[in-house]
Design a protein around this ligand. Structure first.
Ligand code: NAD
Length: 462
């Protein structure tokens, strides 16, 4: 835990690091990115151990999301570092010639990155990568909900990264509140919408721009012509990885009339295939992060508003276990439909048509992600065209966030701003417009006195 009174000093040191030009040279940025890479590679075992301790994740899930997913962001940034940082030429209109225009990327300064607990390493370091690539110094605030990871990050970051460039502040509400009193050049927050409002209000005091990576209920539409077996497998994988504690996990399914029974049977068979008859004994199924979230999830189950539990429903509070659960005959006003589930409960709702599914989505908050399964491109196009969401994967789930050229972020209540790849670099850069004029010629046409002749010429040429 960072002492509250030391926080202003931590931020001041980072500001001094920025002013002192610690990351002025692109090579210095590459150096810090390579150090971050080294941290992830050399400390992989300890990092995964910490995630397993805090979240009970299967090791391979921790490796894929926390280590490999972050390394690919680092490698993408290293690969494009030179070209991203190169000024881009701008076209100059004829009346302003001779002259040269360019967009000159510059770092913002000192930024604050606040991360949540569900992917506690990736969601802290993935925004740090573009922040460093763009030349910013940064304070990192890991989630206190995953304390083993937070403590390890506090230990490792100063070992690998330059203290003038990156610092860690650990703690909960008191420490983060103090941190947010500081004036940053950008705040990058990932987490829930309630805290996002606190972050944005604090940022407003200094007119600091924010990126808010939030959550919401991501719908999954299954059309009657979809390959149901493959759809069930892909949805179950995306839903139950990390026990449903993924911001872009399919929150609920809207299945078109006629294939509901087939889909429910396929989901049930898939879950047994993935985790066996007793998922609690499976090494491949994660746990709920803590008892508070476990209580929240079981309350959603107890809230009713559905006909049957197709599979799952059992839980063990002390072990923070909740079985992969599929609910059928779910009413739109069921408890599980009242908030983002963020756990291994999958409600299935029947709709009469694709248009009904589209209306259902549009009557609710704009989601972070939307998924649709259909054999027909026309159906998929119609869904994309007539709904709004932060991002979309068609005939699979989650995967749009793994494509570096597809910016990842929400819309409306699911967030503002986006990152990954070049989009992240742009978040942490000011693309400063610069126009350079030649000294000669210097025609007097635009200078006073505005004679009749000059006015006529100006009207003609401009
Ligand atoms: P959390 O409880 O760890 O909180 C996130 C961060 O906010 C933490 O660092 C915490 O210290 C800080 N915080 C908490 N209360 C605060 C306060 N009053 N003032 C200032 N800071 C405060 O995580 P969470 O919010 O439970 O995370 C889950 C949510 O995040 C879900 O809604 C999920 O969908 C969303 N999420 C979004 C993404 C994304 O990329 N869009 C990724 C992961 C999670």
């Amino acid at each position: 835990m960072t002492a509250v009174e030391s926080i202003p000093g931590v931020v001041e040191d980072l500001r001094a690091g920025f002013r002192g030009g610690a990351l002025h040279e692109v090579e210095a940025r590459a150096g810090q990115l390579r150090q971050l890479r080294l941290l992830l590679v050399e400390q992989e075992g300890r990092l995964i151990d910490a995630v397993v301790t805090d979240l009970g994740k299967p090791r391979i899930e921790a490796y894929m999301a926390e280590i490999a997913g972050t390394l690919s962001e680092v490698d993408e940034a290293l690969k494009h570092l030179e070209s991203w940082n190169k000024p881009q030429k701008a076209k100059v209109p004829l009346p302003l010639k001779p002259g040269a225009g360019r967009l000159h990327p510059q770092p913002l300064g000192t930024v604050c990155i606040i991360a949540p607990w569900n992917y506690p390493i990736h969601l802290l370091f993935a925004p740090l990568v573009p922040a460093l690539a763009a030349g910013n110094t940064a304070v990192l605030k890991p989630s206190e909900v995953t304390p083993t990871v937070a403590a390890l990050i506090e230990e490792l970051v100063p070992e690998y990264l330059d203290k003038r460039i990156v610092s860690v502040v650990n703690g909960g509400v008191a420490e983060t509140t103090k941190l947010l009193e500081e004036q940053f050049d950008h705040i990058f927050y990932t987490g829930n919408g309630v805290v996002a409002r606190v972050v944005m209000a604090a940022a407003a005091k200094h007119l600091t721009p924010v990126t808010l990576e939030l959550g919401g209920k991501s719908p999954t539409i299954v059309a009657a012509d979809a390959n149901i077996k493959i759809a069930a497998r892909r949805i179950a994988w995306a839903k139950f990885i990390n026990a449903g504690q993924t911001c872009v996990a399919p929150d609920y399914i809207l299945v078109e009339d006629g294939v509901e029974e087939e889909l429910l049977a396929a989901l049930q068979a898939t879950i047994t295939g993935f985790y066996g008859d007793d998922p609690q004994a499976s090494p491949d199924f994660a746990r709920i992060v803590n008892e508070r979230h476990h209580d929240r999830l079981t309350a959603l189950l107890d809230g009713g508003g559905y006909e049957t539990i197709v599979t799952g429903g059992s839980y063990d509070r002390t072990g923070c276990y909740l079985a992969p659960t599929v609910l059928a005959g779910v009413e739109p006003d069921a408890a599980v439909m009242s908030e983002e589930i963020f756990g291994p409960i999958l409600p299935v709702l029947k709709v009469g048509s694709i248009d009904e599914a589209i209306d259902f989505v549009n009557e609710r908050d704009k989601p972070l992600a939307l998924y649709a399964f259909s054999a027909s491109d026309a159906v998929l196009d119609r869904i994309v065209e007539h709904t709004s969401a932060g991002g979309v994967t068609l005939n699979h789930a989650l995967l749009h966030l793994a494509v570096p050229d597809l910016p990842f972020g929400g819309i409306g209540p699911s967030g503002m701003g986006s990152y990954h790849g070049k989009a992240g670099f742009d978040v942490f850069s000011h693309h400063k417009p610069v126009f350079k004029k030649g000294i000669r010629p210097d025609p007097t046409l635009t200078y006073p006195p505005y004679t009749k002749r000059k006015q006529n010429l100006l009207r003609k040429f401009i």
